[in-house]
Design a protein around this ligand. Structure first.
Ligand SMILES: [Ca+2]
Length: 89
């Protein structure tokens, strides 16, 4: 069985190495013709990946607005621009 995601509206993404599935007896999953008790199953953790990220780094710009020296120092700012919006950790 495979499940293809058609609409992710309102859903949180399943996390690789965290997400798993369970089937409870109330689902009444059995062989056919039915000779077994309902299956009670827990899957291993989700493996694989959802494809490579399309996000790239467009630029990295250093700035020193406070002491205006030409060395890496306190309060220097590096601005990293990505190719698209992304969730922040
Ligand atoms: Ca500096």
């Amino acid at each position: 069985m495979s499940v293809t995601v058609r609409d992710t509206t309102g859903a949180a993404p399943p996390l690789i190495s965290v997400f798993s599935l369970s089937i409870s007896a109330s689902a009444d999953l059995r062989n056919f013709p039915s000779t077994s008790y309902p299956a009670v199953i827990s899957s291993p953790l989700l493996g694989g990946d959802f494809g490579p990220s399309p996000i790239t780094i467009v630029s990295i710009v250093a700035a020193d607005a406070t002491d205006l020296n030409n060395v890496y120092s306190v309060d220097d700012v590096m601005t990293i621009t990505f190719s698209q919006a992304h969730p922040t950790p």
